[in-house]
Design a binder for this molecule. Structure first.
Ligand code: DOR
Ligand code: ZN
Length: 352
């Protein structure tokens, strides 16, 4: 492939980290994702959270009804459960039996709807033991929550205080370090000695590949560029871009597209989350092109995720074209609207 192609073909990608919420607004956001991706890992941080197999089955039913109302076929939601201090080994086994894709660890208080999350990982050891045994992935929001740790350091401190001890205690547990944002996380995942293949991986969002923390404060406060973990310094963005384009199977696509209505973002205490689903693939293509690595996009977007989760790769192909797409200032979200990432600007690549 030349270094500056104007179109690229790839096996259809999947989104390995996605929020679609529930109720009326779900179909507005699902449509954007289903246009681009074949499958997505559906985050369980609803109100109340999806903590049991029964709740996940019910949620899957509502997602399928929503897809049907949109006339979408050929999109598969991959369900996850929300880990709590009380998750039992029996629930883990039950989840494995019905094809739940993973359990999500939210340290209590770390982010949106994480109040019911884990207060101390030690409370989860019976569940983690079972997860290790049956090959159930643990999806990790990797930030410590103590108020005395600077918000920009919370991910790096999490590695030392939580992740490394956890991996020592459960060397065979499959772990996805979700939406990594720092050089420390990228290097930790890259360099980790593991007990086998597909034991440790990380997802990376488009916003963390394209922006650094200046974007939150460019000319004034920019609530639509605020997500958690928060954007970091430029040196971290560069390390993430290096990891994503390195063709290491440990790094794959997860948008963390996280819809919040415009009013909930543009507020005195605005919610965390960037809505990237509208043209997520275009954003990733821009990032890869910026370092001349478009030829590495397919592995990151379409191969390493299913390989890690031991699912078949997709077979259908899609084409991305280098054609600027205008991103609307707002999109409908139920009775409200949402401001997508890059609103009012263009993205250099789009789906053919
Ligand atoms: O920015 C974020 N938004 N980070 C998260 O971890 C959660 C997400 C959400 O659900 O809104
Ligand atoms: Zn998320």
């Amino acid at each position: 492939m030349s270094n500056s192609p104007t179109q690229i073909q790839l096996i259809q990608p999947d989104d390995w980290h996605l929020h679609i919420r529930d109720g009326e607004i779900m179909k507005d956001v699902l449509a954007d994702t289903a246009r681009q991706f074949a499958r997505a890992i559906i985050m369980p941080n609803l109100k109340p959270p999806v903590t049991t197999v029964d709740l996940a089955n019910a949620y899957r039913g509502r997602i399928e009804a929503s897809l049907q109302s949109l006339g979408v076929t050929g999109f598969t939601p991959l369900m996850t459960l929300y880990l709590t201090d009380n998750t039992s080994a029996a629930e883990v086994r039950k989840a494995k039996a019905v094809g739940v894709a993973g359990f999500k660890l939210y340290p209590a208080g770390a982010t949106t709807n994480s109040d019911a999350g884990v207060s101390d990982i030690k409370h989860c050891y019976a569940a983690l033991e079972a997860m290790q045994e049956v090959g159930m992935p643990l999806l990790v929001h990797g930030e410590v929550t103590s108020a005395d740790i600077d918000i920009f350091d919370r991910e790096a401190v999490f590695i030392d205080q939580v992740l490394e001890p956890l991996r020592k205690d459960f060397p065979g547990l499959k772990i996805v370090f979700e939406h990594i944002t720092t050089k420390q996380a990228a290097h930790y995942v890259r360099d980790a000695q593991t007990s086998g293949k597909n034991i440790l991986a990380a997802t990376i969002t488009p916003q963390h590949l394209l922006m650094n923390r200046n974007a939150i404060f460019a000319g004034g406060i920019r609530p639509h560029n605020y997500c958690l973990p928060v954007l970091k310094r430029e040196e971290h963005r560069i390390a993430l871009l290096e990891a994503a384009t390195s063709a290491s199977p440990r790094f794959f696509l997860g948008t963390d597209s996280a819809p919040h209505a415009k009013g909930a973002k543009e507020a005195a205490c605005g919610c965390a989350g960037c809505y990237s689903a509208f043209n997520a693939l275009g954003l990733y293509a821009e990032a890869f092109e910026s370092v001349g690595k478009l030829d590495k996009l397919e592995g990151f977007a379409s191969f390493y995720g299913p390989d890690f989760y031991a699912l078949p790769r997709n077979t259908k192909k899609i084409t991305l074209v280098k054609q600027a797409q205008s991103i609307p200032a707002e999109l409908p979200l139920g009775d409200a609207t949402i401001v997508p990432l890059r609103a009012g600007e263009t993205v250099a690549w789009s789906l053919a």
